[in-house]
Design a protein around this ligand. Structure first.
Ligand SMILES: [Zn+2]
Length: 249
């Protein structure tokens, strides 16, 4: 986001297809591992609003820069959801921690080590964890919007827990999280907090189309996230129409 106009690459999405399907797995089990402990405000520096210098040329984003941008996206998500909860007269506690990791098993959720090439919200500890090397790779392939989508989607799972939303099928939980991620990005674009460069969304749409479930996968299967079209539709419904489109009730 920011100064990316005109940047178009033929991103090699093939590798991503596998990677993101795994990541989007979000450890559905994380949603099943007991009540989150009482969240406490996360310690963080002043979250910066991504401006012109928050965006790097494709392929040059370092792990350190990605972590910083990710933490900025977390700050924006916290402020966004705090405002939404406030508007509904509800208390909001930010997700406790956001943990980058690089090795399999380095971070555990409910006693289960997290694999590489993944990003999850873990309800057992009320934290988001992501494989930073995998995330940087996907970011380089899909583009700027991916970072906000990844964080927005995982943060949405934390918000679902806070709202007591629990669907019978993972696909419902996942498509709603896609919609909420879309609303988080769209509302922040509309308020001027985020700037999307021309092409960011097209790039992102292409990326999203690569992360759908296999067409042969039954929609009711544990771990189903939705077809590429369903995921894309959900995201853009939220992006364009805000949270009203996401059925939060
Ligand atoms: Zn998910």
């Amino acid at each position: 986001m920011g100064e990316n106009a005109g940047r178009r690459r033929p991103g090699p999405l093939a590798g991503l297809l596998v990677a993101v399907v795994v990541a989007a797995g979000c450890m559905g089990g994380g949603l099943d591992q007991g009540e989150p402990e009482q969240p406490r405000p996360r310690q963080s520096g002043q979250p910066a609003s991504p401006g012109a210098d928050a965006t790097r040329a494709e392929g040059t984003t370092s792990v350190a820069e990605f972590k910083q941008d990710f933490s900025d996206a977390v700050g924006i998500a916290q402020r966004y959801w705090a405002a939404q909860f406030r508007a509904s007269g509800k208390q909001f506690a930010p997700i406790r921690r956001v943990v980058p990791y690089t090795r399999s098993g380095e971070v555990s959720c409910g006693g289960q080590g997290l694999p590489r090439n993944n990003a999850v919200y873990c309800s057992a500890g009320d934290f988001i964890a992501y494989d930073v090397n995998w995330s940087v790779g996907a970011f380089r392939q899909v583009g700027d919007a991916f970072l906000f989508y990844l964080l927005g989607h995982e943060y949405a799972h934390g918000v679902q827990v806070r709202l007591g939303i629990r669907y019978n099928f993972t696909i419902q939980q996942e498509l709603q999280a896609d919609c909420m991620a879309g609303a988080y990005i769209g509302d922040n674009v509309r308020s001027g907090t985020l700037t999307l460069a021309e092409g960011d969304l097209d790039e992102f749409r292409e990326g999203l189309l690569a992360v759908g479930d296999d067409p042969d996968q039954p929609w009711f299967a544990e771990g189903s996230h939705g077809t590429a079209e369903q995921r894309s539709d959900s995201f853009f419904r939220g992006y364009e129409n805000s949270l009203d489109a996401c059925g939060l009730g």
